[in-house]
Design a protein around this ligand. Structure first.
Ligand SMILES: [Zn+2]
Length: 406
């Protein structure tokens, strides 16, 4: 019987639980450990932990355990229900699994470790389980970790949108900029997502008034969401989103000019859009040559460089400089540049707020690569819920604990 003792120790079983039998099927590649409790054993009530509750009845149950080399291993037991004087008939807790799960805690711990590193579909294949069962484990532990999360100290927020499938099924991600962690993600990208965020914040020990800085892109929906639901927040428009609009304007000028100077501008898109420092020697030479021509694109490009300069200035000079830039750009006779300058004036407060707050979603863009990884891990499951769960697991910095807690 020594092999049973060995399994008993490996499983960490304590009385009244013991390994009663072990059957091994080489053809089925299956190891089954029969666990049982001693006759007359009593158990604690799962509700109040009162000791000495008598067994009322039992129910046969099997749990998938960690593989034993190349063999799948299962534990089986008759799971007792006890009668507590106070709580009536209740199913007891077993030390190797959480209630309702068909897997042991060790198996689930393995799943959670792997889910951080590989797509769920591949994980399911690796362990030989249907992926919906794997997703159920992942959802359980991520939700449980989120429930325990304390958001009472968050005060600087980054808000950005991402989509599960290109151009649709948008998800808005709220990140704690100080911890560089995604703290809330929800369907949609409208003002209502802010209401959902505040509700979640309250459920985690926080309140709307504690958010003093928000960084987000130039979207009317995000703007009205923040104004309505975060009363104390100063809004900074993310400088990378602002810059992206200007880059787009330069590109519009170039496209319009192609008709006239197609030969000269051929394959030049990259030269105008990248920072000069990111160009190769040859590309820089070609750009310098292009800049010598009387091109509208070249003029738009210079307006862009002048705009970029504002971010290098000390705060006290920056506003003055930007005001002058807008006045000049509006006289540039370059439609897209004029539109951009007008947009800067329209969203003035949120754009110049950066000189004071110095917050950007550059961090979120950094998180974005992780979000992309999350997307890969959720791929093949056209469910926003799966995607959001993967965002929490990969960029949420959650304290995922595989334990008995319900
Ligand atoms: Zn009880």
């Amino acid at each position: 019987m020594r092999d049973l003792d060995l399994f008993q120790q490996a499983l960490g079983l304590v009385a009244p639980w013991r390994v009663a039998a072990c059957s091994f099927d080489a053809d089925q590649r299956r190891l089954e450990l029969r666990i049982d409790f001693e006759r007359g054993a009593t158990f604690a009530c799962p509700e109040c932990a009162a000791q000495g509750c008598r067994v009322h009845d039992t129910d046969e149950k099997t749990w998938r355990h960690l593989d034993f080399f190349q063999h799948q291993a299962f534990l089986s037991a008759r799971l007792p229900r006890v009668r507590c004087p106070e709580h009536g008939v209740r199913q007891v807790l077993v030390p190797w699994a959480r209630p309702g799960s068909g897997f042991t805690l060790l198996f689930e711990a393995l799943v959670m470790a792997l889910a951080k590193e590989m797509p769920v579909r591949a994980l399911a294949r690796l362990v030989g389980e249907h992926d919906t069962r794997i997703w159920r484990i992942v959802h359980h532990y991520v939700e449980e970790a989120r429930e325990r999360q304390d958001l009472s100290t968050v005060h600087r927020l980054g808000v950005d949108e991402t989509s599960f499938r290109r151009g649709q099924d948008y998800v808005t991600v709220f990140a704690d900029l100080d911890r560089a962690a995604a703290i809330f993600a929800t369907k949609g990208r409208d003002a209502g997502t802010y209401a959902a965020f505040v509700e979640d914040l309250k459920a985690h020990g926080g309140q709307a008034e504690q958010i003093t800085e928000v960084c987000q892109d130039l979207s009317e929906a995000f703007l009205s969401g923040a104004l309505e639901h975060l009363p104390e927040a100063e809004i900074t428009f993310d400088r990378y989103h602002v810059k992206a609009q200007l880059t787009k304007a330069v590109d519009q000028v170039r496209r319009a000019e192609r008709a006239e100077h197609g030969e000269l501008l051929r394959h030049s898109r990259y030269l105008w859009l990248r920072r000069p420092g990111n160009l190769t020697e040859r590309q820089r030479e070609r750009l310098e040559d292009l800049l010598r021509h009387p091109l509208k694109t070249a003029r738009a490009y210079r307006w862009m460089l002048k705009f970029d300069h504002v971010y290098e200035l000390p705060a006290e000079e920056a506003e003055h400089y930007l005001r002058a830039w807008c006045r000049g750009a509006k006289r540039s006779r370059l439609g897209p540049i004029i539109d951009f300058a007008e947009m800067v004036q329209e969203y003035w407060l949120g754009i110049v707020r950066w000189f004071c707050s110095r917050i950007s979603n550059g961090l979120l863009e950094g998180l974005n690569s992780l979000v992309q990884a999350a997307k890969r891990r959720a791929r093949g499951y056209r469910s926003t819920r799966n995607y959001i769960t993967m965002i929490y697991l990969t960029v949420g910095k959650l304290d995922v604990a595989v334990t008995h807690s319900k």
